[in-house]
Write a protein that binds this ligand. Structure first.
Ligand SMILES: O=C(O)CCC(=O)C(=O)O
Ligand SMILES: [Mn+2]
Length: 221
């Protein structure tokens, strides 16, 4: 039977199939442990400012990576590479908590190969996009939020489709699997300064939000 909405109210846009929001997956202690690991990653592989292909326009988030492959964006395009674009060094290895998270929530036949570390300072956001540079499109994308809350927006496989927004808090995990893996998503805004977790960690004193995005890049085998 069709569900009637009160007059003037539209039914919420359904979340895409395969979208999971695991609110509070990491408790406060686990968040602090993970952040200490992230601080060590940043120490070995400092944040760089990615730029848009062709235009060279800077993105508002700062980025780094850990794992065998890292995602970079510059005038030459979007790609995965084994080394840091500024230092030329290999990316640091994954913190154990991230490989464990991947096996817990994906059940995928192979492990993750890349973890993009996005840092959202004051005013940073991320426009609607689909993660499409991977050659294992059946592998879910798993992301972890740490620090200030973010307004995450998810739509459908077409750029102009209707979207739905939800707040992601520190410790939350999002899984984009199944159909959701190929849906547009982005971050409209961050309530900068609200959480304060990052500011308490040496190396992350500027505060804000960290997002860790785990991906499989090559097909298993
Ligand atoms: O920061 C987030 O929650 C989303 C990040 C994202 O979509 C990406 O890095 O591709
Ligand atoms: Mn994405």
């Amino acid at each position: 039977m069709a569900v009637r909405q009160p007059p003037g109210r539209r039914a919420p846009v359904p979340l895409p199939d395969g979208f999971l929001h695991l609110a509070g997956h990491f408790d406060a202690a686990a968040q602090r442990t993970l952040l200490a690991d992230v601080a060590a990653v940043i120490d070995a592989a400092p944040f760089f400012r990615p730029t848009m292909p062709r235009t060279g326009q800077p993105l508002s988030v700062m980025m780094t990576n850990c794992g065998p492959l890292g995602w970079v964006s510059d005038r030459d395009g979007y790609r995965y590479q084994v080394d840091h674009p500024v230092t030329g060094r290999r990316w640091p290895t994954f913190p154990a908590a991230l490989t464990q998270l991947w096996s817990e929530v994906t059940g995928y036949a192979a492990g993750p190969e890349a973890c993009l570390v996005n840092w959202y300072g004051e005013g940073a956001r991320m426009g609607l996009h689909v993660d499409a540079d991977e050659h294992a499109p059946d592998a879910p994308v798993v992301s972890v939020s740490l620090g200030d809350p973010a307004l995450f927006r998810i739509g459908g496989p077409a750029r102009r489709g209707r979207t739905r927004s939800l707040w992601l808090a520190s410790g939350d995990v999002v899984v984009l699997g199944g159909g959701a893996r190929h849906c547009y998503h982005g971050v409209d805004r961050v309530r900068f300064g609200e959480n304060g977790l990052l500011a308490s960690v040496p190396g992350l004193a500027a505060g804000g939000r960290i997002n860790l995005t785990l991906r499989r890049v090559t097909p298993p085998g």
